[in-house]
Design a protein around this ligand. Structure first.
Ligand SMILES: NC(=O)c1ccc[n+]([C@@H]2O[C@H](COP(=O)([O-])OP(=O)(O)OC[C@H]3O[C@@H](n4cnc5c(N)ncnc54)[C@H](OP(=O)(O)O)[C@@H]3O)[C@@H](O)[C@H]2O)c1
Length: 284
């Protein structure tokens, strides 16, 4: 039995993936913040005969306390993790700050993946063919890392924050082998394209209606988006880090995947984590 940790495993692609893996006999630890969706996932797991292999960890991954509590809870369930899939997200049309003082999207969509990914390496390395699949937007909409204003105090827009977090995740993946030399864990940056999920729910009314209408025509359903991700979990690429736009490999070239910028972001992130004083940055 293989064990997978899926953040955002109670909705959208994460839920589709969780149920698919449970259905074929794997164990799934789904991490998300809302109890009702967690209960629905567990009820569905029971219906397909996988109740004993489904775990719901309720944690608010926009906070460092929530992220670290999730790591601790995962460690009580298993010492070995075959795959981690990052899918937790929540669009924020207006700028919000978390209890740690970070801009919400930076915290949820990037920082939690930084802490969880590095924090789960030891458990991943105990598995046979370990892999992290970070579902974000490599090779997608343009966007940049706002080095002088990472927390987007000036000129906040939800889309700008989402694109920045995506670029940060590109760099997080690129830097992973440097942080864990010799590790067998493969890091995959994955852009699923437009998928019909709950992504549009937090948008302001007009934008929500428009996005859902576009999704009904142009977006893939979850059951079509999930199989390529399962393929990556089953057959991790040979290279330490790779990026894909759906099935198409992306060259790790240009600013988005620049190793120097990746190292710079790691240093900045590590410093930010130390400055919170909540607890030390993940082990190096
Ligand atoms: N859908 C697309 O078209 C698309 C395109 C490109 C990339 N992506 C990426 O694909 C991934 C999955 O997206 P999706 O559209 O499938 O997502 P989704 O349907 O919106 O589901 C998001 C999941 O994240 C959880 N979540 C939200 N806030 C959280 C928090 N504070 N702490 C912990 N969990 C939280 C949600 O559960 P709770 O609300 O209960 O916490 C839910 O399980 C994301 O990383 C997204 O950026 C999606």
């Amino acid at each position: 039995m293989r064990t997978y940790v899926i953040t955002g495993g109670t909705d959208g692609m994460g839920r589709g993936l969780a149920l698919g893996l449970l259905d074929r006999g794997d164990r799934v630890i789904a991490v998300a913040s809302g109890a009702p969706k967690g209960r629905r996932l567990l009820a569905e797991a029971e219906r397909i005969g996988a109740a004993d292999r489904a775990v719901f960890v309720r944690a608010d991954l926009s906070t460092l306390a929530g992220t670290r509590a999730a790591l601790e809870e995962i460690a009580t369930v298993t010492g070995s993790v075959d795959g981690v899939v990052f899918g937790a997200q929540r669009f924020r049309p207006r700028r919000e700050e978390t209890e740690d003082g970070f801009e919400f999207t930076f915290a949820l969509a990037y920082l939690s993946r930084y802490v969880l990914g590095h924090g789960l390496v030891a458990a991943l390395e105990r598995a046979e063919a370990p892999v992290i699949v970070n579902i974000a937007g490599p090779g997608g909409l343009p966007g940049t890392v706002h080095w002088e204003d990472l927390q987007l105090h000036e000129g906040y827009r939800g889309r700008r924050a989402a694109m920045q977090s995506s670029r940060c995740n590109d760099l997080l993946g690129v830097d992973f082998p440097r942080r864990h030399p010799g590790a067998r864990t493969r890091y995959v940056l994955y852009n699923p394209g437009f998928v019909r999920t709950s992504m549009a729910d937090p948008l302001p009314r007009h934008q929500r209606i428009l996005t859902k209408a576009l999704a009904s025509v142009f977006a893939q359903p979850v059951d079509k988006a999930v199989p390529p991700i399962v393929g990556l979990l089953d057959r991790p690429p040979a290279e330490p880090v790779t990026a894909f736009m759906r099935g198409r490999p992306l060259p790790l070239k240009g600013r988005d995947f620049d190793p120097g910028r990746a190292r710079r972001l790691d240093e900045v992130t590590s410093r930010l984590l130390r400055e919170t004083g909540a607890s030390p940055a993940p082990p190096r």
